[in-house]
Every structure is written in structure tokens, then in C-alpha cells.
Design a protein around this ligand. Structure first.
Ligand SMILES: [Zn+2]
Length: 142
């Protein structure tokens, strides 16, 4: 837990981005339908938000790591409407479960050590002479 918020912190601290300008898209990833942890590990997610673990009494509770990321991102200042994940219903989904879709995605959860590689990315807009995240300017791929 915490990679997304560490990324936001780095964008704000190192590049001068404003939290209100950051937009997050959670791409294909394992869903709560397929991701389980031991009870002790799941407890951290229950502490974060009870809805992150829909079956807390199970010996291997399912864990919604997408929701956990949403909660953490909102706690660090990302606007709820700026997070595009499986909870967004008014736009096409960009967050299919990698484990449920073997024809489309690798999945460490499903395939174990024989999984493949997927790529994530971010970009920032940079205004000439201004701070990243400004409304105008060119896009810089990172
Ligand atoms: Zn699934």
C-alpha cells in the first residue's frame, strides 16, 4: 500500500503539481473478485476502510485494493471525481480485472511466477516557465 500516494507526494514535492490538478486512472488490475490475503494482512485494509474487505470473517478474505487506492488518494488530496476506477459508472471502464480476463492480461495472482509484464505510466503538462500541472502548455511524457 502507498505507491499511489508516494507518486502524488513526489509530483507535488518535486514538480510543483497541485493536488486539485492531478487526475488518476486506475488501469487493469486484480479485482476484489480474485484477490485474497491472510486475515492478518487484510486487517490493515479493514483499518483503512471496512469496505476494502467484503468478507472479513473468511479465512482468506477478499481485498479490494482498488478501493484502498481510492481511499488513500482521496486522503492525500486527490479529488474524488479525478479518480477514474471501477467505481466510476458514467464513463467506460478502464479497470477490468486482470485475473478474470486471461485473454487480455497477465496476472501474477492468477499465473503465479509465470506472469508477464504490464506497463503503467503518467504524464504532466508543463507550462512554459510555469509549474507542471498548469492548464495550458505542452505534454511531457515520463
Ligand atoms: Zn477477478
Amino acid at each position: 500500500m502507498g505507491v499511489a500516494t508516494a507518486t502524488v507526494d513526489a509530483m507535488v514535492t518535486n514538480f510543483g503539481c497541485r493536488h486539485s490538478d492531478i487526475v488518476v486512472a486506475v488501469g487493469p488490475s486484480v479485482g476484489a473478485c480474485c484477490f485474497t490475503l491472510d486475515k492478518e494482512q487484510a486487517a490493515d485494509f479493514i483499518t483503512l476502510h471496512p469496505d476494502c474487505v467484503p468478507d472479513p470473517e473468511s479465512a482468506k478474505p477478499h481485498v479490494d485494493i482498488r478501493l484502498a487506492n481510492r481511499v488513500l488518494l482521496q486522503q492525500c488530496g486527490i479529488l474524488p471525481d479525478h479518480i477514474h476506477d471501477n467505481m466510476v459508472m458514467d464513463r467506460p471502464s478502464v479497470t477490468p480485472c486482470t485475473s478474470c480476463n486471461p485473454e487480455d492480461f497477465f496476472s501474477h495472482v492468477r499465473d503465479g511466477v509465470n506472469f508477464g509484464t504490464q506497463v503503467g505510466f503518467l504524464w504532466m503538462t508543463v507550462e512554459q516557465g510555469g509549474a507542471p500541472g498548469s492548464q495550458t502548455g505542452r505534454e511531457e511524457g515520463l
